[in-house]
Design a protein around this ligand. Structure first.
Ligand code: 5AD
Ligand code: SF4
Length: 440
């Protein structure tokens, strides 16, 4: 009987896709997936460190394995991802959890196979974290778990050093993948029947700026969207300092590209944006939204917002609220500022008391939810095209998203996962829509 693996993933889409690569490595080694952690012979934690609660979450779950490891001494526990890449974190992990067998970083994911083999041959734990990014390693055998959606990396790392953000420290400098690899991967995915492709990068607009690809992001997007086949194309994340008309023109040219842009604004106040080192102003952001909607009036925008950044005043916060109303985001991920060791903002004066942060996040969440609800109500009575992604056992309904990322539920007599279906929306419940497949 073959050995089994279980992967626990924290954080963003980038990590979800990296877990698919980890799964690919483990499958290649002969392991089989199990959803039951107690059945696993190897458990891999793919960690995130973007906010403190992501770390605490991982700490809690790793700690909970102490007992299992005692019962199953041959169980291998591996920890990878952004947390291990943080300065001094492997020592903390070693001390807190002496039963961890293997640690690897985001910059040497591909070494996992060698590290497991090494660990199996020795008693001592194996820790190998690459400090500096190297050449991009191409993975041809990611084990994808999200059909009909597929993620494709286009640029790794980040050079932006927003003052709150730890990503540039744990993911290294920007490196762009060669267009021929990206195009070949997308072609293969489309041939395999994937229906939604998302191009991934911390800042997709940086694609090619390292001068190694012969194309910028708009050109790459154009090339990917020109691939034949029945699929939708998304990209994330865009950075407002670089998002531009050239990209929007490519969006307009290809109906395959979803009319949705994830454009994190972070704050509506110029002084906070400047302290965050975001390198755009509120006015520039609003101009970009105008420009986008001048080409594509139906376009929707989603965003990320941080409240409680050092020195954020009530006035600054209210400017964020006003901007949220003005843009009318389709949805927004809202965060309380979390100081990250080693970042510039962590040592800034004027850290905001927790109760003020809590008050602001509650107000903001309320505002965002009310906008999202209003948008949902507008869907009622309309027909939308949904890509069916899954079946919800509890509800007894299929579910999927429209091009704007809105989740819709509907009954269907056959398994329609991976099909585009037209659904007439009968009711909206918060962010979810419910309806029936249209009979032609
Ligand atoms: N505190 C709170 N939120 C953060 N983000 C990044 N770093 C932090 C931090 N230190 C948020 C930003 C980013 C999203 C992925 O996470 O809004 O866009
Ligand atoms: Fe972090 Fe800013 Fe880079 Fe995004 S662009 S990953 S927020 S440093």
């Amino acid at each position: 009987m073959s050995e089994k693996y279980h992967i626990v993933t924290y954080g963003c889409q980038m990590n979800v896709h990296e877990s698919e690569k980890i799964a690919g490595i483990l499958c290649r080694m002969g392991y089989e997936n199990t959803n039951e952690i107690s059945e696993a012979d190897i458990i891999v934690f793919n960690t995130c460190c973007i906010r403190e609660n992501a770390e605490n979450h991982a700490f809690g779950n790793i700690g909970a394995l102490k007992k299992l490891k005692k019962q199953k001494p041959n169980l291998l526990i591996a920890v990878g991802g952004c947390m291990t890449q943080e300065k001094g974190k492997t020592d903390v992990l070693k001390k807190k959890f002496p039963f961890i067998d293997i640690m690897f970083g985001t910059l040497n994911l591909e070494d996992l196979e060698t590290l497991i083999t090494r660990k199996k041959a020795q008693k001592k734990k194996v820790i190998e974290i690459r400090e500096k990014e190297g050449e991009i390693v191409e993975f041809s055998d990611a084990y994808r778990t999200s059909y009909p959606n597929a993620w494709v990396n286009i640029v790794y790392g980040c050079n932006n050093f927003c003052t709150y953000c730890i990503v540039p420290y744990v993911r290294g400098r920007e490196r762009s993948r060669k267009p021929e690899y990206i195009l070949a991967e997308v072609k293969q995915l489309v041939a395999q029947g994937y229906k939604e492709i998302t191009l991934l990068g911390q800042n997709v607009n940086s694609y090619g700026l390292d001068g190694t690809t012969g194309m910028n992001f708009a050109q790459l997007l154009d090339a990917v969207a020109s691939i034949e086949g029945d699929f939708r194309l998304r990209f994330m994340t865009s950075h407002p300092k670089d998002f531009n008309e050239e990209v929007v023109k490519v969006m307009q040219k290809h109906r395959k590209i979803c009319r949705l842009v994830h454009l994190p604004v972070q704050s509506g106040s110029n002084s906070i944006l400047s302290a965050m080192n975001r390198r755009y102003t509120r006015e520039k952001y609003l101009d970009e939204i105008k420009m986008l909607r001048s080409y594509l009036p139906e376009a929707e925008v989603t965003t990320d917002i941080i409240v409680g950044f050092p020195k954020e005043t009530e006035e600054d916060y209210l400017q964020t609220e006003a901007l949220v109303k003005e843009v009318d985001f389709a949805s927004a991920f809202t965060f309380v500022y979390s100081p990250r060791e080693g970042t510039k903002a962590a040592t800034m004066d004027g850290q905001i008391p927790e109760e003020v942060q809590k008050d602001r996040i509650m107000r903001l969440v309320e505002l965002v939810n009310s906008l999202t609800r209003k948008k949902s109500e507008k869907y009622v009575g309309k027909e939308v095209e949904i890509l069916c992604e899954d079946y919800d056992e509890k509800k007894g309904l299929y579910l999927g998203r429209d091009e704007f990322g809105r989740m819709g539920y509907f009954p269907c007599e056959h398994n329609c996962i991976g099909e585009f279906v037209r659904v007439k929306i009968a009711r909206a419940n918060g962010i979810s829509l419910f309806g029936e497949i249209c009979k032609d």
